[in-house]
Design a protein around this ligand. Structure first.
Ligand code: BAL
Ligand code: ZN
Length: 884
């Protein structure tokens, strides 16, 4: 397979101006005619025009109306090269192809989902529809005519505005859609099928009326109310916060059950994985409701950050994804709790991105190369990319960031641009010099920032010394220091923020007051390998609150003592750092117990930790969801990530021990928490109800971990009396922690209740797959044969196979049974859907982190996968890079 490099980017020799597509949809075959007006980049260009195309049957090619002779083009399995072209400034290209969407299990290009036609073109799926220059810097105006059987496919949708429709002979009908905005082909979309819509309208701030339609099969329509609410909220928010208005009179969303990703931002025709659209209180949890809000927002926000201004090439993916994730994070924060959202986002970054950044698949936010672009829709490009955007805002302030965004749109509307263009807009709009900030785009690896502090009582000064190291990653053995914004506050001995007026740095005393007002949080710019900042006029040693709000995606190693951390946990005005102090303490505690476990020492829980958890649990001044997050221990993956050699058994044993110990010692508090947070009100998705449910569910899980009859009964009671999925599923999960008849009965009961609802059944698969019950791989193997399971449906694969890989003890079982299971599934899955198979094979990528026995077993599976005939490029790339 061929590796593609950023450094090899070349401007296209030909651009496309208009594209007219005509689809004749059929059961046996679909005919696609395209008519493209082509113009050379410069007059006189005589090079061949190379079009991408895959799995297409070429029927004819015409240039300026004249059929090309066989010697005038070259066709292979990936390209159609037009060798002899007119030297005129503009010409017309007409291509007819035949495709077979009904056989397309890769779910890219045009395919069928539950009998309906739909498309997924990003990143490089358009080449499975017709021959085209399938690259984002080819932007054109599209018209799309769709014709199909009227009974089977009464609804025909594409991008833009419907300009014509009518009936045809033989029970067929057609529709013509015209999109007035230039777009790259990855934003093209088509949907045809039996769908109904929930309709609403949105009046933009300039008074335009936009029709909003959410399309699903008729039986699901009732579950689209929350998605519609989310869409309208997102449209309003983008106007309020960024001054960005929707630009067409129609916005369509279609929900389909078979979809590789979460959703897709096709111009005015977003296509969604149905799990991110459909919700009712009985079938969807609070987490589902929150995800729908965030992703509906995300896809909508792409209309400006991605569609109106797009990427020059796929290496720039984070230009649209990092920025749009940042925008959806901010949207969700504004709609709910900012601190809790930040905690959730940082936890995700630590659990998934940090490990990626430290493994063989580490890549910069802007990768330097790829074999399959699909493999780079990663937590690094998305989540670390969002952190990079957040750092601009931290450094420039809200107002400065908005000025930068405004300039970015002013300069680049209608263009395909690069990360440097975004950087330049931010700097130019603010007259800012962000020196080496761009290395966030080019250097992989999570920087490690060490901080040491010292207080000089005589000089009344307090010094913070920073040093940073960016660890080596594949292809990048040596790194430059990064530009790290460190938001900082200093606490006095009463736990109050000390007003900050100046800091001594680099031989200069710098004022940090703002218009004479004191500042309580300042942003230090750490740019060198080693740097010192000195604060003066301090009558006592302060306790520093470092990296407030997680102001940079780094690992922080400070010399804070446990007592400093307990102090911050109790007092920090930055709520994120209160949570963080608790997490640092928990991480330290867990690591030290893991060492004890490995040395066969008895496990003893530090009573101070129990007291800390108790005081949070009973602090009624705190937000309930904050409490829920603060009493949740760091995940097993996070702890393994901090070990020299990851030991899943020891980490699992320690985490379970602490959970049980806390449950036993704080039984009364947890029980009170469950009792006090019951409610007989009907389900509402609002902050106060959600946080109540979140806290109750965490407390219930603690109690049920005790395997005590009383609490199993309690969980059963909660399960039976629940009127919404959030509480019902949490009770089920609490019971399912412990093997036995009750677990089996309740799982069976849940299935029989919900077997008609595939989204709920997926939760049921995931819960069992993630179980840490000993030898669970056999249960998962059996579930593969369950009538509700289907390897062709990505959601089911993510639930069952992905869920299983998320259970460290079973996936990393020392007998290799988990690895063998995954190896077998990947080989099977790759034949159906390479994108999904390559996501699954990623679970092996950090095999070197484990002991020798596990290394050998995992490596054996990777080698077996690589030796499979006909392996996809997707899986090849991940498996071979994992072994390299
Ligand atoms: N562009 C792919 C799906 C998403 O990130 O919105
Ligand atoms: Zn996106």
């Amino acid at each position: 397979p061929k590796e593609i490099f950023l450094k090899d980017y070349k401007l296209p020799d030909y651009y496309f101006q208009t594209v007219k597509l005509n689809f004749s949809l059929g059961e046996e075959k679909t005919i696609v005619c395209s008519e493209i007006t082509v113009f050379p980049r410069e007059e006189g260009i005589a090079s061949p025009l190379v079009l991408d195309g895959q799995d297409l049957k070429l029927l004819s090619i015409k240039v300026n109306g004249k059929e090309l002779k066989v010697e005038e083009y070259h066709l292979d399995s990936r390209h159609l090269t037009l060798l002899s072209l007119p030297r005129s400034t503009k010409f017309t290209l007409e291509i007819v192809t035949e495709i077979y969407p009904q056989n397309n299990t890769s779910l890219e290009g045009l395919y069928k989902s539950s009998g309906n036609f739909c498309t997924q073109c990003e990143a490089e799926g358009f080449r499975k529809i017709t021959f085209y220059q399938d690259r984002p810097d080819i932007m054109a105006i599209y018209t799309c005519r769709i014709e199909a059987d009227k009974t089977l496919y009464p609804v025909l949708l594409s991008n833009g505005n419907l300009i014509e429709k009518g009936d045809l002979e033989g029970g067929r009908h057609y529709a013509v859609w015209e999109d007035p905005f230039k777009k790259p082909c990855y934003l093209f979309a088509l949907v045809a099928g039996q769908l109904e819509s929930r309709d609403d309208t949105f009046i933009t701030r300039s008074g335009r009326k936009v029709s909003l339609r959410i399309w699903t099969p008729a039986q699901d329509l009732a579950k689209t109310a929350h998605a519609m609410y989310s869409l309208k909220a997102a449209m309003k928010w983008d106007e309020d916060v960024f001054g960005l208005e929707y630009d067409l009179d129609l916005f369509n969303i279609v929900a389909v059950p078979d979809f590789n990703m979460g959703a897709m931002e096709n111009k005015s025709l977003n296509i969604f994985n149905s799990k991110l659209v459909l919700a009712s209180p009985e079938t969807a949890s609070d987490a589902d409701y929150a995800a729908i809000l965030g992703v509906i927002g995300h896809e909508y926000f792409h209309n400006w950050t991605g569609n109106r201004v797009t990427c020059r090439d796929w290496f720039q993916l984070s230009l649209k994804e990092g920025l749009t994730v940042f925008r959806d994070q901010e949207f969700s924060s504004d709609m709910g709790s900012r601190t809790v959202k930040r905690i959730a986002d940082v936890s995700k970054l630590r659990s998934y991105q940090f490990p990626q950044d430290a493994g063989p698949m580490a890549h910069p936010v802007r990768p330097h190369s790829y074999i399959k672009m699909d493999n780079f829709y990663t937590v690094t490009v998305y989540e670390k990319g969002a952190e990079v955007v957040r750092m601009y805002k931290t450094l420039l302030g809200s107002h400065g960031f908005r000025k930068g965004m405004d300039l970015y749109f002013k300069r680049h509307d209608g263009q395909a641009v690069t990360c440097e263009d975004f950087f330049a807009a931010m700097c130019d709009a603010n007259d800012a010099n962000l020196s080496n900030f761009l290395s966030w785009y080019s250097q992989a690896g999570t920087p490690l920032v060490k901080v040491t502090s010292s207080y000089n009582a005589e000089a009344r000064s307090y010094s913070l010394k920073f040093s940073q190291v960016v660890p080596p990653t594949r292809g990048q053995p040596v790194k430059e220091p990064m530009f790290i914004p460190v938001a900082l506050g200093l606490l006095d001995s009463n736990g109050k923020d000390i007003p900050l007026s100046s800091v001594y740095h680099d031989g200069m005393l710098k004022s940090i007051e703002k218009n004479g007002e004191p500042i309580y949080t300042t942003v230090l710019q750490v740019k060198k390998k080693e740097e010192e900042f000195v604060f003066s006029d301090l009558s006592e040693r302060p306790v520093p609150s470092l990296l407030r709000g997680f102001s940079a995606p780094v690992r922080l190693d400070s010399d804070l003592t446990d007592s400093d951390l307990f102090f911050l946990l109790a007092h920090d005005s930055d709520e994120f750092n209160r949570w963080e102090a608790g997490q640092v303490l928990a991480r330290k505690l867990m690591l030290s117990l893991v060492a004890d476990y490995q040395q066969n020492k008895p496990l003893v829980l530090n009573p101070k930790f129990v007291l800390g958890i108790k005081s949070i649990l009973s602090d009624s001044s705190l937000d309930k969801e904050f409490i829920a997050k603060a009493i949740t221990l760091p995940g097993e993956g996070e702890i393994m990530d901090l070990m020299e050699v990851a030991d899943p058994d020891a980490v699992h044993a320690v985490r379970s021990f602490i959970r049980k110990q806390l449950a036993a010692e704080l039984k009364a508090e947890f029980l009170k928490t469950v009792q006090n947070n019951r409610s007989s009100e009907a389900y509402v998705f609002n902050h106060s109800s959600m946080v109540r449910r979140a806290l109750k569910n965490v407390a219930l899980a603690y109690l049920a971990s005790l395997e005590d009859m009383e609490f199993t009964e309690l969980a059963l009671h909660e399960y039976r009396s629940a009127t919404n999925m959030t509480e019902q599923f949490a009770a089920l999960a609490a019971i399912a922690q412990n093997p036995g008849k009750t677990r089996d009965d309740v799982l069976a009961d849940f299935y029989s209740k919900w077997e008609h609802d595939y989204l709920v059944v997926n939760k049921w698969f995931a819960l069992q797959a993630m179980s840490d019950i000993h030898g669970n791989v056999e249960n998962v193997r059996n579930l593969l044969k369950h009538p509700a399971f289907d390897l062709r449906n990505p959601n089911k694969v993510y639930s069952l196979i992905g869920g299983f890989c998320g259970s460290p003890v079973n996936f990393h079982a020392k007998d290799g049974s988990g690895y063998k299971f995954l190896g077998e599934v990947v080989v099977q899955l790759d034949k159906l859907n390479p994108q999904v198979a390559s996501r699954m094979v990623s679970a092996f990528s950090r095999w070197r982190r484990y002991d020798e026995t596990r290394q050998k077993l995992a490596k054996g599976q990777l080698e077996m996968i690589l030796s499979t005939n006909g392996l996809s490029e997707n899986v090849f790339e991940i498996a071979s890079k994992s072994l390299a």
